[in-house]
Design a protein around this ligand. Structure first.
Ligand code: GRF
Length: 216
């Protein structure tokens, strides 16, 4: 079966991109990275893509009069590389409804908390300030509202009494690197379908591939 082609959107370090690159290097992994797009020049994620021999394109958002025209160029680059699924991996731009219209149920994101708790930035600081005993990370379908959308997979990370945001963040990041490839695998195997606002994951693979959406 053809491998699912990922367009990975980044803005920085790209450690989740690296986790996807490493997973896709496995011969049995059902996805491959078609291209990496960064909205910021000179970031580490672009170097990671180049080292792996993956097309890397910089689309600097600052050059555009509005979000829609920036997103139209993102879509052009994604189409040009034959992407099937858009994977946000530390991509620090808000995407508008018009982008989601172009990629319906075809955009996923990773977030360093157990959504719907702690959307937004500085999650680990806020988890510690709230005295949470557990936190974690989430891979979910993206929607126009930031850090919202049907949950595909989560991992739980216990908070330790002596944690700092950095220490906790490092343990959460290790789990991110585990669950992002897992979510991609499930999607590529056609094991994820949407039931209203929920994503359901089935035990069995669907040979026809990605995303069966009975509603649409
Ligand atoms: C990760 O913590 C991810 O969950 C969040 O942004 C961070 C990106 O890190 N959305 P990296 O660029 O993948 O290393």
């Amino acid at each position: 079966m053809a491998r699912l082609r990922l367009g990975v959107l980044i803005s920085g370090r790209g450690s989740n991109l690296q986790a996807l690159i490493d997973a896709c290097q496995g011969l049995a992994f059902p996805a491959e990275i078609a291209c990496v797009i960064s909205n910021v020049r000179g970031v580490q994620g672009i170097e990671r893509a180049k080292v792996a021999g993956i097309p890397a394109v910089v689309v600097p958002h600052k050059g555009y009069p509005d979000r829609e025209s920036f997103e139209a160029d993102l879509t052009r680059v994604l189409y040009a590389h034959g992407a099937d699924l858009v994977c946000n991996a530390g991509f620090m731009r808000i995407l508008t409804a018009s982008f989601f219209d172009e990629w319906p149920d075809r955009v996923i994101n990773i977030h360093p908390s157990l959504l719907p708790a702690f959307p937004g930035l500085r999650t680990h600081e806020r988890v510690l300030a709230a005295g949470c005993r557990f936190t974690g990370c989430t891979v979910h379908f993206s929607r126009p509202t930031v850090d919202e959308g049907p949950i595909i997979v989560q991992a739980v990370v216990p908070v330790r009494p002596d944690d700092t945001a950095d220490r906790l963040g490092a343990r959460v990041l290790a789990e991110e690197h585990r669950i992002y490839p897992l979510a991609v695998r499930w999607l590529a195997e056609g094991r994820v379908h949407l039931d209203g606002d929920k994503a359901m994951v089935s035990e069995t693979e669907t040979p026809s591939g990605i995303l069966i959406n009975p509603a649409g």
